[in-house]
Ligand binder design. Structure first.
Ligand code: A2H
Length: 253
């Protein structure tokens, strides 16, 4: 953990009813996977959500109607940030593991894809954010390589019970242009660094460093309400609107 608090935007990715049997107890509630991101301006390019298949999660009451699926650690932090039905005390309605969430269809704010699916990623940490990550393969090297792994390796899909239709139709959506890297910066940098899979953590860290910095300082929005704007100018406005519309909440740790 760093010394300074990290300010995340939690994106409310709505689980589309009807719910599978494991989520049966949540019938009638509005249930969200709450994904922690530092890049709210990239939400147009979402293609899926990531969970750790063997990670522990729970469905926690946020208020009378809304339920967030997150790690227990995140639920406790949320409870101390006024995001729990009972103040300062998380209430878990259902205990889950990541594998239970794989295949859940989601509706996520700003995404050009009307429905996206929950998929497994090995590099999801359960001691950071909420343990739920939204995936933007145009701008995140981790997201790009994990999507690439699942698309190109049928055995990997089979291992986690991932159906072809949850992944094969989902293409990279160009949303931000970076002069040096074009409008699919994650793919370009992963190719340049010859990254072969999500297992190459050191190379991925370098790819992340390159794209994250340049995306912010030199990126231009290509889509949405702020098309043509610099990323650094659009980012706070897109974040505020998501918060105002009730499509996201702020979260720090
Ligand atoms: B970012 P920091 Cl387009 N485990 O969101 C692994 N990764 C996690 C996580 C967890 N538990 N929680 C959040 N993250 C990811 C978008 C994005 C992100 C883009 C480009 C770069 C990027 C779409 N995925 O992050 O360690 C989330 O992915 C690069 C830094 O707290 C979150 O933002 O600095 C970012 O890592 C938070 O990382």
């Amino acid at each position: 953990e760093g010394v300074l608090p990290q300010d995340y935007t939690l994106i409310k990715m709505e689980v589309v009813p009807p719910f599978p049997p494991k989520l049966g107890a949540l019938e009638g509630k509005r249930v969200y996977l709450a994904a922690a991101t530092l890049r709210p301006e990239t939400m147009y390019g979402q293609t899926n959500a990531w969970v750790l298949a063997e990670g522990n999660y729970g469905a926690y009451e946020i208020n009378e109607t809304d339920v967030f699926i997150v790690t227990e650690r995140a639920a406790l932090n949320l409870a101390y940030q006024n995001l729990s039905r009972v103040p300062e005390k998380p209430t878990c309605l259902v205990e889950l593991v990541g594998q239970d969430l794989i295949g859940l269809p989601l509706r996520s704010p700003l995404s050009f894809n009307e429905f996206i699916y929950t998929l497994p990623m090995m590099n999801v940490l359960t001691d950071k954010g909420t343990g739920i990550v939204t995936s933007v393969p145009s701008d995140s090297p981790d997201d790009y390589m994990t999507m690439h792994d699942l698309k190109t390796k049928p055995a990997l899909r089979a291992k986690f019970g991932v159906k072809d239709e949850w992944i094969l139709p989902f293409e990279v959506v160009p949303i931000i242009n970076i002069p040096e890297f074009g409008d699919k910066s994650a793919e370009k940098v992963c190719m340049d660094l010859k990254i072969k899979s999500q297992n190459e953590k050191e190379k991925l860290a370098e790819a992340k460093r390159l794209t994250y910095l340049k995306g912010f300082t030199e990126g231009t929005m290509q889509v949405g309400e702020y098309a043509g704007w610099r990323v650094q100018d659009a980012k706070p406005l897109i974040r505020s609107k998501l918060l105002e519309n009730g499509q996201a909440v702020s979260y720090s740790e």
